[in-house]
Structure formats: structure tokens, C-alpha cells
Design a protein around this ligand. Structure first.
Ligand code: SAH
Length: 250
């Protein structure tokens, strides 16, 4: 899949794309990321990409012209018959979640636009943006962190990207574990600062370990996200043993 990121700060992406397990996805082109700077499509000696808001008020607004010319260049290079969706990061948008990330990870990609300043001239949004995506109910200084969040979450869902075969299946929200939250993790030493790792995990009994992990997932999810327990129940994903355990932990 291919993602074209339109950003005034492409340098922010260099260390991100070159670090951690997801680097493989970006370097192999499995998740093919192209960076574009609207400043390269700006006019005049000063290459302006922003200007003062009509009607007054604080801050600056990203101009429609440089963004539109940049997008035209992106679309020419992508050159597909059915053009990729144009996404703008914005507090207005649909909140990014696991279901959304799964949809993106099975898609052909998108054009991701990172706003800056007070935001983007509404006429560009009306003319070119297909959907808006939010990272949550707070305000960032730019869409870059939101773009990285989406790219990172999508990359780790690609087959073979995580070190252990598809270990994302064992992460929170994944269907393979019925959409529950993850269980706690422990590593060496067995005793640290007077605290022992759970005996079940040290037992070497596969079934006992699996039951312990399942119980912790149920317990944690029931406590922190009861809505996810309801969803799993409604989807018929909870066994009698699961239900009995949930009654026991109340
Ligand atoms: N004036 C805007 C905020 C502008 S912040 C408002 O009050 O809604 C500058 C840019 O950061 C935005 O254009 C957007 O691209 C990005 N941004 C800010 N908060 C975001 C969020 N919660 N999710 C995704 N992108 C966000």
C-alpha cells in the first residue's frame, strides 16, 4: 500500500521511518511512504504557504493554492484510475481506533494531509478532502503526530513486520483475542524488589499459562473497558468458563 504524506515538516518523519520494528515495513515498501512539502509548490520569493485569517483573529491559515498544487502532483505520481482517499487530520474527524486502523491496513493507502497553524483554508477541504481523522479530543500543533500514529499502527498489522510471527494477534483489541485488552507481562528476574512474577507464568504448563492470561484479560477489560466485554459477549466470544470467571471477579 502507498501513503503520500503532505507536510510542512517532512524532516520529522525521517527518524520515525528509520526506527523500531516498523522500519522493515517502510524500507521494504510494504507500507510505501512518500513525503511531500507544500512549500515546494508555493509561489513567489517567499514561498508562502500560510496567511492571516480573513475576519481577523490570531494565528495563520494554510493557503489552498500550494496544497492543491501539491495534491495534483501526488495524484499524478500515484496515477491510479480510482484515486486514493484524501485524508485530513483534524479534531473534527472520526476518532482513530482499532477498527479504523484495520480498514487502513487492508486498503491501497491514502493521501494524508497534516494541517498546521490554525488549520487549512476551508475551500481546499470542501474541494479535495474525502474524510477527516482525529487522534482524540485534544489539540495538536500539527497533523504529523496523527499521521505517524496511523502509519505506525498500520505497519505493525502487516504480515511479517513484528519479530514473532504476527504477534499483533496477541495485542489489545485484536479479534484473535475477542477484542479484549492485553494481559500484564513479566520478564527476568523472577523476583524483583521483593515482588515475584506470577507462579502460573513460571509453571511451564501451557494450559495453565493460557488460562491465567485469559483470566487477566477478562479481569482487566471488565474493570477498565466494560464496553469491550459487552461487545465480546454480544459477538458470542465468551465461553462458559469466561462467564463463570467474570461472575467470580464481579
Ligand atoms: N484550530 C484548530 C486546531 C488547529 S491545530 C481547532 O481548533 O480545531 C493544527 C493542525 O493540527 C490541524 O489542522 C490538524 O491537522 C492537526 N491536529 C490538531 N489536533 C488534532 C487532533 N486531535 N487529531 C488530528 N489532527 C490534529
Amino acid at each position: 500500500m502507498r501513503f503520500d504524506v503532505i507536510t510542512l515538516f517532512p524532516a520529522l518523519f525521517a527518524p520515525f521511518l528509520a526506527s523500531g520494528v516498523t522500519r522493515r515495513a517502510y524500507e521494504s515498501g510494504l507500507v510505501d511512504v512518500h513525503l511531500w512539502n507544500p512549500r515546494d509548490f508555493a509561489e513567489g520569493n517567499y514561498r508562502r504557504v500560510d496567511d492571516r485569517p480573513f475576519g481577523g483573529g490570531p494565528g495563520m491559515v494554510m493557503m489552498a493554492g500550494p496544497l492543491a498544487r501539491c495534491l495534483t502532483a501526488v495524484q499524478a505520481q500515484r496515477g491510479e484510475a480510482a484515486s486514493a482517499p484524501v485524508v485530513l487530520f483534524s479534531p473534527i474527524g472520526r476518532r482513530l481506533d482499532h477498527a479504523g486502523v484495520q480498514e487502513w491496513s487492508a486498503s491501497a493507502g491514502a493521501v494524508l494531509i497534516c494541517g498546521r497553524y490554525e488549520g487549512v483554508d476551508q475551500r481546499f477541504i470542501d474541494r479535495h478532502v474525502d474524510l477527516q481523522v482525529s487522534l482524540g479530543d485534544f489539540v495538536l500543533s500539527g497533523g504529523e503526530i496523527a499521521a505517524m500514529a496511523l502509519l505506525d499502527a498500520v505497519a505493525r498489522l502487516q504480515p511479517g513486520v513484528l519479530g514473532d510471527a504476527d504477534s499483533h494477534q496477541f495485542d489489545s483489541f485484536h479479534d484473535a483475542l475477542d477484542g479484549l485488552l492485553d494481559c500484564p507481562h513479566y520478564t527476568r528476574p523472577e523476583e524483583w524488589d521483593g515482588l515475584r512474577a506470577p507462579a502460573e507464568l513460571l509453571s511451564g504448563h501451557h494450559l495453565q499459562i493460557e488460562r491465567w492470561r485469559r483470566d487477566r484479560r477478562l479481569e482487566i477489560t471488565a474493570r477498565h473497558r466494560p464496553d469491550l466485554i459487552e461487545a465480546a459477549r454480544a459477538a458470542g466470544r465468551l465461553s462458559r468458563t469466561d462467564e463463570a470467571f467474570l461472575v467470580k471477579v464481579g
